[in-house]
Write a protein that binds this ligand. Structure first.
Ligand code: FAD
Length: 671
């Protein structure tokens, strides 16, 4: 096991990034025109990186498996994006955003990166406003803010429940400007199948044209992986169904370390699962916790009556409801971080208080907010002595303005009117904090290969605060990578165009073709989904919201078994040289079957609870925090970065020790 060099610049935390930018090498504009950069992924991280790098003058080749960058999974982001602008004058600052993020991540993130993230957060908003992103504005026309979990200020900028979509349109427009100028060559419907490493440096990729099936070789002086997260290793998640880990996993197999794979975020507010044939879960944005109150009935009799349809939630008086987050965490109430809210929901449901037939649902109730807003609006609109009906009507109007599309989405899926009856929610897999290990420059452990956005192990530690993923992806793409990549590329100005007929390219191409042929030729009896579902069930049962040693060992053994069965019995219909979604899926599920085992191995070795990783063996047994997750800083305050050794079970761990100079390591309390 070696120690990793994260290349954190010297000096006080507030000066690190500025000094680093002042001192790193640059590439002059004339030389940039001769340097190629491949960007895999055109979601918010890759799209912003591609646009910025092209704007700087590099020749960019961008790859995405969708038919347009507009359809990257980033489009699904609903609630908002954080920035320390302090528009509300509520005491926000760069330091507070930095502090909240390190604390929210349960002290498992790299301080210097998080500070930089907070530092550039305001620039992101300026950049996006300049692009025309229609952020919500208040009555006076200024940008509006709302609050997300784990913080005591309002710093979340939003565009109704469509923030990701609007931000992506901004990045896409910036990309299109460069596509139009010939600075970005866009390869839609192209899937990266492997990384090509020549003499120890990333020099290109092998891609499959998904329409024709043709295998192509593309070279570059640097490769950026911005391929998103791996939540779909659980089969069911809030991610787009196409989201996958393959690009990240392929570079892992070529030498990039994979960091903290066990850090997954289970989001507390998703629409509960409805049955075995579901292929995706739907998120109800965390922004709803600004106004929604979470509860279950206090008495088991009421739970039973509700499940049997003899009572409705609206029949229960205030005294009969247990607002368990407000009860357990009075300081943060319904706005505790996601990991805390998810575990609290699980705790109530495990204790038998779940309110739907499967016993896996709690209520998210807007009645109080509707009344509060209704009274306020009546006053503002000069309605004298408003009736109860009028107050409700006015209150519902306010809620509709804030969250209308989310309420409509809920009603379409569940067929219940959430203005009149509380929503039912339950935690679901949502985001992966783990990912490809990168240094301060966002370079992976392969020289010339970078990772950005959700694909890297990111700045969120063991738990991500709401509205921080968009911030991180756009910080990486617009403001970090465009500077740091120059430091490496300044040594490439004499390299010249990189040929694609070298043995390294030819070998990588052959390996891809052989693997795809092997998959098609198994001609087994089980569909790809059959294996993916089995993997997902093991992951959820044994590596989900709560984990223990026995379950993790069992998961590792079972995943290995499924992987072996997959390679003997999977059936991939169709041919190689055509549009073949089953073949695409097979390739991705094969990678999930390896990643899942490493995930469990990482969770097994980390015998502490932190953030999204809850070990049943590591719980506070007494004091004010009794029953809460117990972190172990003495033994585990490090990043675990795994090196591929041919089999996930044999992966070797490299440690990056985390040092905290600017934030005191302490018990994370939201009470
Ligand atoms: C429902 C939902 C709501 C969310 N809401 C919020 C929110 O309100 N605020 C917030 O901060 N975060 C939110 N998040 C998280 C956030 O949306 C994501 O973390 C973020 O958008 C990821 O961006 P990305 O650019 O890293 O990856 P993605 O947007 O997933 O883009 C991945 C890109 O990589 C490409 N790609 C992947 N593999 C390959 C391959 N092998 N070859 C070629 N191309 C490839 C894809 O085509 C795509 O272009 C939400 C997430 C979900 C699921």
């Amino acid at each position: 096991m070696s120690k990793l060099d994260s290349k954190i610049p010297e000096g006080p935390i507030k000066d690190k990034w500025t000094n680093h930018k002042n001192n790193i090498n640059l590439v002059n504009p004339a030389n940039k025109r001769h340097i190629d950069v491949i960007v895999v992924g055109t979601g918010l991280a890759g799209g912003s990186a591609a646009a910025s790098l092209a704007e700087l003058g590099y020749k960019v080749k961008a790859f995405a498996y969708q038919d347009s960058p507009r359809r990257a999974h980033s489009i699904a982001a609903q609630g908002g994006i954080n920035a320390a602008k302090n528009y509300q004058n509520d005491g926000d600052s760069t330091y507070r955003l930095f502090y909240d993020t390190v604390k929210g991540g349960d002290y498992r993130a790299r301080e210097a990166n998080v500070y930089r993230l907070a530092e550039v957060s305001g620039n992101i908003i300026d950049q996006c406003v300049a692009q025309g992103v229609p952020f919500a504005r208040d009555y006076g026309g200024l940008l509006d803010n709302r609050s997300f979990g784990g913080v005591l200020v309002s710093r979340t900028f939003y565009a109704k429940g469509q923030t990701g979509q609007q931000l992506l349109l901004g990045a896409y427009s910036a990309m299109n400007r460069q596509i139009g100028k010939g600075k970005i060559t866009m390869y839609n419907r192209h899937e990266m199948m492997d990384l090509v490493v020549v003499d120890g440096k990333a020099r290109g990729i092998i891609a499959r044209n998904m329409i024709t099936g043709e295998i192509e070789k593309h070279s570059a002086h640097a490769v950026v992986i911005a391929s998103g997260g791996y939540g779909n290793v659980f089969f069911l998640s809030t991610n787009a169904m196409g989201s996958n880990a393959s690009a990240a996993w392929k570079i892992h197999k070529k030498g990039a370390y994979f960091a903290n794979p066990c850090y997954t975020q289970i989001h507390p507010t998703c629409i509960p699962r409805s049955g075995d044939y579901q292929s995706k879960l739907t998120l109800m944005s965390e922004s709803l916790r600004n106004d929604g109150r979470i509860w279950v009935p206090k008495s088991m009799d009421d739970v039973k009556a509700i499940r049997e349809g003899k009572k409705k939630p609206t029949d229960l008086s205030e005294e009969e409801r247990d607002y368990y987050l407000e009860r357990r965490y009075p300081a943060f109430g319904n706005l505790v971080p996601r990991d805390v809210a998810s575990r609290a929901a699980k705790e109530r449901c495990d204790a038998g208080y779940g309110v739907n037939t499967t016993g896996e649902a709690v209520y998210l109730d807007f009645k109080s907010a509707i009344q509060r807003y209704g009274k306020e609006k009546a006053l503002v609109s000069g309605v004298e002595n408003p009736s109860a009906e009028k107050i409700t009507e006015l209150g519902e109007q306010v809620i509709e303005e804030k969250y209308g599309n989310l309420f409509q989405m809920y009603e379409k899926i569940v067929d219940e009117n959430p203005y009149k009856t509380p929503m039912m929610i339950y935690p679901a897999v949502h985001y992966t904090m783990g990912g490809i290990w990168v240094d301060y420059n966002l370079m992976t452990s392969i020289p010339g290969c970078y990772a950005a956005g959700e694909a890297n192990f990111s700045d969120h530690g063991a738990n991500r605060l709401g509205a921080s993923a968009l911030m991180q992806g756009l910080a990486d793409g617009y403001f970090v990578l465009p500077y740091t990549i120059a430091d490496y590329l300044s040594n490439e100005i004499r390299t010249g165009e990189i040929p694609t007929d070298s043995p390294a390219f030819n070998t990588a191409e052959k390996e891809v073709k052989d693997r795809l042929e092997k998959l098609i030729n198994i001609k087994g009896t089980k569909s790809v989904d059959h294996f993916h579902k089995r993997l997902g069930k093991i992951m959820w049962d044994n590596v989900g919201m709560a984990r223990n040693e026995e379950g993790l060992k069992q998961a590792m053994a079972e995943i290995k078994k499924i992987r072996e069965e997959f390679w003997k019995d999977v059936r991939v219909p169709g041919g190689l040289n055509e549009l073949n979604p089953e073949l695409e899926k097979a390739e991705r599920v094969d990678d999930f079957l390896e990643l899942g085992e490493l995930f469990a191995k990482d969770a097994l070795h980390r015998n502490e609870s932190c953030g999204g990783h809850f070990r049943e063996e590591s719980v506070e047994l007494e004091g004010e925090q009794k029953g809460e997750a117990k972190r172990n800083d003495k033994d585990y305050a490090y990043v675990a970065a795994w090196e591929y050794k041919g089999d996930p079970a044999d992966a070797v761990m490299h440690k990056e020790e985390l040092t905290f100079n600017d934030i005191e390591l302490k018990q994370r309390s939201y009470k």
